[in-house]
Ligand binder design. Sequence first.
Ligand code: NAD
Length: 458
Amino acid sequence: MTTLSIHNPATGELIIALPADDAASVAAKAAAARAAQPLWAAFPLARRKACIEGFRTGVVRDLELLAATMTRETGKPIKMSRNELNGLLPRIDFFLQETERSIAGETVFDEGGMREQIQHEPLGVVANISAWNYPWFVGCNVILPALLTGNAVLYKPSEYATLTGLEICRLLHEAGVPRDILVGLVGGGEVGQALLEQEVDGVFFTGSHATGQRIAQAVGQRFVKLQLELGGKDPTYVADDADPKAAAESLADGAMYNTGQSCCSVERIYVHERSYDAFVDAFVQTVKSYRMGDPASEDTYIGAITRAPQLDVLAAQVADAKAQGAKLLLGGHRGEGPGNWFEATVFSDVNHSMELMREESFGPLIGIQKVRDDDEAVRLMNDTRYGLTAGVYTRDEARAKRVLSQVKAGSVYWNCCDRVSPRLPWSGVGDSGVGLTLSRYGIQTFTRPKAWHLRQPA
Ligand code: NAD
């Protein structure tokens, strides 16, 4: 039997070795889900909603235990683990409130004995291959609306957040979701690959651009609905009329929260030349106040780097920036082991020939670049193949709208950053992905709108 070893990234210690899935078990689970799905879809929505309400109760009841588990296996600071779980509750409420309205049947034409109607049917059996950085958010963004709309879900949590993934399954099963309707799969990329070989009706993936490409290739021949939520290189522009200190405090948090391991972490900052020096000073002062240390400790802000290979990516971006003349203002080194640590790192005087301004850092590393005006900021913000989020800090709403309407990104922010709302669609442009989650569209995406043409007999 194969096993999956789960380590604590803050200490390197083995937490547990779990029995893992293999090709045969994945196939058997997929077949069971296929057989079970029609009955689940035939239940009244109220019955499926009752299961999700029970899940919410379980999350609230077990919150401390769930936060501790997530912190242990991902290195996320404990306060941020609690924040993620508390932030999940309004998402659950949104899905509970909005599903009925989002998938209600519609009559769109009714004249002369001819009626046209749209009816939302579940896709059927969907695969959810997920990331570790916000495992409750990214897992539940798919699982909850997919279940509510009548689908079965084959869910492969990241190998770096499997205990959390299994907790999501436990709480949903305890709340009444049948075991063949939400099926957890344990393992790494090879189990994800085995899942893609099953007859599924949709593939919903959250993860890196490189894996997204592999997944698109694997399912490309099969005409299966495919959604890819990938990385970003999220830029923000600080205009000369913004308060540099307030902007710096907000953006330091946006860059370093979750140890910089958020898909919408601020990854590039452009500052108008008139406020550049004041901004950079305030930014460095704020980041200096962030304490790196034991993720279980209440005053830790910078936790462990979850995946050890990312340390090499960060070190290479630092070396490249230094070699090309960037100014290192803070950090720049790996922390001492055991475990995976990297200091909060700030560069100024960067430019787009440097890797840290082009490719996702996914860690506590940020570059700040001076710009002459709004046009240069827009040009640089768009100088990327990613397009997840982008922001601007200015007192002037019209100026913000002018800038943001020119930026190619799925989400845009005025005087805020690193923010996700269940009410708004979450999507990427370009290499940041295809499809969307959240909002009413992120509920409808788990359905197939069927067109009914109904003519009354004369
Ligand atoms: P990853 O691509 O390494 O892994 C994601 C998942 O894919 C894991 O479950 C993994 O086991 C699985 N996998 C790996 N190889 C596979 C294969 N060949 N076939 C099938 N499955 C395979 O990504 P990660 O490190 O877990 O997540 C970090 C990335 O996710 C970052 O780039 C981040 O920006 C992105 N992300 C995006 C969003 C978003 O909403 N756009 C949200 C969170 C994270």
